[in-house]
Design a protein. Structure first.
Length: 553
């Protein structure tokens, strides 16, 4: 991509990071934590910070070892820095995504042989991919995992380019932290990416040195130390980690309720990387395979296609599982567009710009459309942000000095992304209950007439409510498998005070009001629980979105 800009290039990178940082950071606390994944990580981080136990993650008072602890640790650090707020939970995830953008720039310099213009273009493409922005605004392990995998890849490639041992150590450290984030999958993509830079290419093979050995030791200490500590406590963790959360998660479609068809990623990956996926598919389809340099064949196959096939075979699928393939997508987009003529680039500028203008235009008129029943509330501020974006795009198009189409294309993408982020966040803040946030429910429970009462949740796993209240409610299990918990590692039966199994130990008609003083029952069914005796004596009923409260006034 033929981009020209004044030196030094890093100033433009910092400007990009600033714009994306403001767009991602603004209104970060505008909506509460969302069920299920984000709420789970948020509540585990809150309980970890409150208890001071950083080794044994707990969810609603019960030990929870579904993931290694690094994401929980980072969440707890964010809460320590920003207070018990949803924005604090997302703070470090946003910074992780900004670090990814900077790392893509660094990888671009390595792969484009020091061409900072194309490296900057790759950073812009990556930072404006919708899937990347989604990962920053909904806390999961995947944003941190992608950052660490990118860091490991960049550090190893930098080592082989400069032969400085410090980069090798940084690569092993990042790989260890990736393993501590999501287990063995943290190694797969860095290995493929590094292999892609060497496979079929004539590069001098570096001898094995003591730095490789010490780097491997560093990886073992960092990546496996937590696992080793738990196994020393209880040998049953060996089978638990190796089978329950590695083999079973990959092979059993019903293990964690994330079964999707094999073509899931074939559809979602292009859809969530528009408009850049259109450029990639369009140019790749017109480029004969024989004319593609070996280095870029490797990026396409080993950075993108092989991981997508691998994860497509997995029975457990979520969009963000494949987040680490998108740096390869961004680099390929820039490579293919850099091979275009100026006329072709101008057509891509008009096409991409037109798509983004239509998107902002649709958002601008959406609040005024009253004839269609919309599943969400879209208020006037969405129109304000969309019109502001259209205005800035118009000024850019009108006043831009004559020059190449490539920089205009990148500027249009950054401007549109900034205002689309602000509009999307406005929609999220206006629809908390619709997006599975229980903050409005928690705000009602904090009012003086209900504050201090025992909150009891009927047959639902609601870590978001626990996070917003700052305390663990009592859960009543009556068949909802989402509420089934792994209690085999509990040292005593105290957890049964927080999770009451109505099927295994029915309380024989004892209403809640007899067990707790003036409790509040939270339930999703408007007709109440099947066993009406449970809310006997709770005469007041109140609806908040899909939730119903039963309490004694």
């Amino acid at each position: 991509m033929n981009v020209s800009y004044p030196q030094p290039a890093r100033h433009w990178l910092w400007l990009l990071l600033l714009i994306l940082g403001v767009g991602l950071g603004a209104q970060l606390n505008g909506w509460g934590v969302v069920e299920t994944s984000e709420a789970r990580y948020a509540e585990i981080g809150r309980e970890m910070l409150a208890s001071g136990d950083w080794i044994h993650p707990r969810l609603l008072g019960i030990q929870h070892f579904h993931k290694p602890p690094l994401t929980y640790w980072l969440t707890a650090v964010g809460l320590a820095l920003g207070g018990p707020r949803a924005g604090a939970v997302r703070l470090l995830a946003v910074l992780a995504v900004l670090a990814q953008v900077a790392l893509v720039y660094g990888l671009g310099k390595l792969l484009f042989a020091g061409d900072r213009a194309r490296a900057l273009a790759a950073a812009v493409v990556y930072g404006t991919l919708p899937v990347v922005l989604i990962s920053a605004l909904n806390l999961t392990t995947d944003a941190y995992l992608a950052t660490l995998e990118l860091a490991a890849t960049y550090a190893v490639l930098r080592y082989y380019a400069e032969h400085r041992p410090r980069w090798l150590y940084l690569g092993w450290l990042a790989a260890g932290l990736a393993f501590l984030t999501k287990g063995p999958v943290g190694l797969v993509l860095p290995l493929l990416a590094v292999a892609g830079c060497f496979f079929g290419q004539e590069r001098t093979r570096r001898p094995f040195t003591r730095h490789h050995a010490w780097g491997a030791v560093l990886f073992v200490v960092v990546g496996l130390g937590w696992y080793g500590y738990l196994v020393a406590e209880n040998p049953a963790f060996v089978r638990y980690f190796l089978f329950e959360h590695t083999v079973r998660r990959f092979a059993n479609p019903e293990a964690f309720g994330r079964s999707q068809p094999w073509w899931f990623y074939c559809v979602l990956v292009p859809a969530t990387s528009l408009p850049w996926s259109a450029a990639l598919l369009g140019r790749a389809g017109r480029t004969p395979w024989a004319t593609l340099p070996r280095a870029w064949r490797n990026v396409l196959v080993l950075w993108v296609l092989v991981p997508l096939v691998f994860f497509s075979f997995s029975s457990s699928k979520l969009l963000l599982y494949v987040l680490p393939v998108f740096p390869g997508v961004a680099l390929l987009v820039v490579y293919y567009l850099s091979e275009c003529t100026e006329g072709a680039l101008r057509r891509w500028y008009l096409g991409v710009g037109g798509f983004l203008v239509l998107l902002l235009g649709a958002l601008a008129v959406l609040p005024a459309v009253t004839a269609w029943p919309l599943p969400v509330v879209v208020g006037p501020m969405v129109t304000v942000w969309a019109l502001a974006g259209l205005g800035v795009l118009g000024l850019q198009h009108w006043f831009w000095r004559p020059g190449g189409a490539a920089p205009r294309l990148l500027v249009v993408a950054v401007i549109s992304t900034f205002f689309l982020l602000l509009a999307a966040k406005t929609v999220l803040s206006q629809n908390e209950l619709r997006i599975n946030s229980t903050r409005p429910l928690a705000e009602r429970l904090k009012l003086p007439d209900l504050a201090g009462r025992q909150v009891v949740v009927y047959d639902e796993l609601l870590p978001s409510l626990a996070f917003e209240l700052g305390q663990v409610p009592v859960s009543l299990f009556n068949g909802n498998l989402n509420l089934s918990r792994e209690t085999q590692f509990e040292s005593d039966s105290s957890w049964q005070q927080q999770l009451i199994n109505l099927r295994a130990n029915p309380p024989k008609g004892e209403p809640l009001s007899a067990r707790w003083w003036r409790p509040v029952l939270v339930i999703k069914s408007p007709s109440g629980p099947p066993d009406q005796w449970i809310h006997e004596g709770l005469s007041q009923r109140e609806q908040i979105g899909p939730w119903w409260l039963y309490y004694d006034p």
